[in-house]
Ligand binder design. Structure first.
Ligand code: ZN
Ligand code: FE
Length: 238
């Protein structure tokens, strides 16, 4: 049985982070991914009547970990992150390493190394739910900045993402779709694909929903950073 995924917009109008509440339907085990702002997350958890067992972090930045301790103390949740980031993640409890797995109930996540935005950034990939949580690595139509890594590292990480199944839905750490829309539109010469992508995104945003989720297939045909055919072309996008 798949995961239920509930996006929670945090820091609305400033940083527009997404935290996610995920629930393994088989066991009702639940987790909060990247708790960015306590109030909207706690409201959503009580609407759903959930007490999360875990907090999953993608990377150490404050806008993804600031409410780790609040959620941990309120619910007794254990904080899981990259073992190599144990000293930079507040309230760290359990380390995972890239290329290993960690299960939320019956839902198994593969931990994928995405060192580039930060060293030690990881992706949480749940193959049985076709769900990929990309933190500040991949956003709709753009990517995260290179705070601690090189363009080459990011290029390699994106190549790894592109090899995952086309029908994988990805869940980014920020709502940046409209910021990235114009550049992506121009890069694609306003073709049919990008028009379809943007009209879907706008429809969703108008209803107060996240722009996505989009599949990796859709993203590969519209996101310039995934479309770049060489490292040189990729670098020219920055
Ligand atoms: Zn970040
Ligand atoms: Fe961020």
């Amino acid at each position: 049985m798949p995961l239920q995924i509930h996006p929670v917009l945090c820091r609305a109008g400033t940083m527009d982070n997404y935290s996610y509440i995920i629930v393994d339907e088989e066991t009702l085990t639940s987790a909060v991914i990247d708790p960015s702002e306590a109030a909207p997350i706690i409201t959503k958890l009580s609407q759903l009547n959930l007490c999360p067992q875990y907090i999953l972090n993608t990377h150490h930045h404050f806008d993804h970990t600031d409410e780790n301790l609040t959620i941990k103390e309120k619910y007794g949740a254990k904080i899981i992150g990259n073992q190599n980031d144990r000293n930079r993640i507040p309230g760290f409890d359990i380390g995972v390493l890239p290329d290993t797995t960690f299960s939320i109930g019956q839902s198994e996540a593969q931990i994928i190394d995405a060192s580039a935005h930060t060293q030690g950034h990881i992706l949480w990939y749940f193959p049985s739910s076709q769900a990929l949580f990309t933190g500040d690595t991949l956003f709709n139509l753009c990517i995260g900045g290179l705070f601690e890594g090189t363009p080459q590292q990011m290029y390699n990480v994106l190549a790894k993402i592109k090899r995952l199944p086309d029908n994988t839905l990805f869940y980014p750490g920020h709502e940046y779709t409209l910021h990235a829309a114009q550049e992506a539109f121009l890069y694609n010469n306003g073709n049919e694909e990008i028009r379809k992508y943007l009209s879907l995104a706008e429809q969703n945003l108008k209803q107060g929903l996240p722009a996505g989720p989009f599949t990796l297939e859709q993203e590969k045909s519209c996101n310039p950073y995934l479309q770049a055919k060489s490292l040189e072309e990729f670098k020219s996008l920055f």
